[in-house]
Design a protein around this ligand. Structure first.
Ligand code: 2P0
Length: 314
């Protein structure tokens, strides 16, 4: 009996990844930067079984294992005919509907690297992991992480203890256009895309410096602007589309009002309408109260962790 478990955290991008310059190797057009959350993560166990074939169980439900099998072929020694059970749990409140492909592939990679005794070094593991999901490589490390256009990752210096994220749940349903399809369409058809790429190169440099010198609110200002520019590119694609909903804008308005009252909190939004708010820890209660007053009651708070994907002792 062989059994290996790995845990990988969710990451939230301050400067967004949106578009591949190489679809096969999964190399991005622009560098992205994320922070690693400690409250949300995926835990994945690989365990041998006596019957042949791969079973994939996600949150207690049997799923089609094909995508996982295709991914695991990158680990030498993997044979889909051997008996293997993969159990993956997303440690996210059930109502959260939080995208988890990043933490999912990071956990699977780290577990597989030990299970198949490949022991690939980090740079090799990055190369493999990003083919599962580009943003997953940022979950391999903790803290602030940059994913560069050459595909590599770099830990950044940042004062993480001061900050927290509040996640405002707006819609739990699966998005109609996956990130993969959405970014493809944007790259191909949006005339704003070039602008997003050049601005994001600059934003990544500025963000790195702002994190290094712990310059809040600059960190938040760059983050919010970068996210809105990413969403502008989708609205200008052919055919146009958006992940934003009316409630998304209502939350942005609440943050604007708070900032006018010197409560500094900033938003970022991924491929869905939910809003992630970056703020100083001391303001968490005030911001949650403001959200609740406006009827946004589905919120969760997370600190930022320095611990990236890792094996769990059984
Ligand atoms: C990010 N997103 O930087 C951006 C912002 C969504 C919006 O990375 O095609 O699931 O598997 O590489 O990693 C989501 O994209 O896409 C994502 P693939 P992935 O967090």
């Amino acid at each position: 009996m062989k059994k290996v478990t790995a845990v990988a955290p969710v990451n939230i991008a301050l400067v967004k990844y949106w578009g591949k310059r190489d679809e096969i190797a999964v190399l991005p057009y622009n560098p992205s930067i994320s922070l690693t959350l400690d409250a949300l993560y995926t835990e994945t166990t690989l365990e041998s079984k006596s019957t042949p074939g791969v079973d994939f169980i996600l949150n207690t439900q049997h799923e089609n294992p094909q995508k996982v099998i295709d991914f695991l072929r990158r680990f030498e020694g993997f044979n889909p005919e051997d008996g293997l059970t993969i159990r993956s749990f997303n440690k996210v409140p059930t109502a959260a509907g939080f995208a988890s492909s990043a933490s999912g592939f990071a956990a699977l990679s780290v577990a597989a690297n030990t299970y198949f005794q490949t022991n690939y070094e980090l740079s090799n593991l990055v190369e493999i992991t990003r083919q599962g999901s580009g943003s997953a490589v940022r979950s391999l490390l903790g803290g602030a992480v940059m994913w560069r256009t050459n595909g590599s990752i770099e830990p950044l210096n940042a004062t993480l203890d001061d900050y927290a994220f509040i996640i405002v749940m707006i819609d739990e349903n699966k998005k109609q256009i996956s990130s993969r399809e959405g970014m493809k369409r944007t790259v191909k058809t949006s005339s704003l895309y070039e602008n997003f790429v050049s601005q994001s190169h600059k934003d990544a440099e500025d963000m790195k410096e702002a994190l290094n010198y712990n310059r809040f609110p600059l960190i938040g200002t760059i983050m919010e602007k970068n996210a809105l520019l990413m969403h502008a590119t989708t609205m200008n694609a052919e055919p146009p589309f958006t992940y934003l909903k009316q409630e998304t804008f209502e939350v942005l308005d609440i943050l604007t009002t708070l900032r006018q009252n010197n409560i500094l909190a900033y938003a970022t939004i991924d491929a869905g309408p939910n809003v992630k708010i970056l703020l100083e820890k001391k303001n968490v209660n005030t911001v949650i109260e403001a959200l609740n007053r406006a009827g946004f009651n589905q919120v969760l708070t997370s600190k930022i962790t320095t611990i990236g994907a890792h094996l769990k002792d059984e």
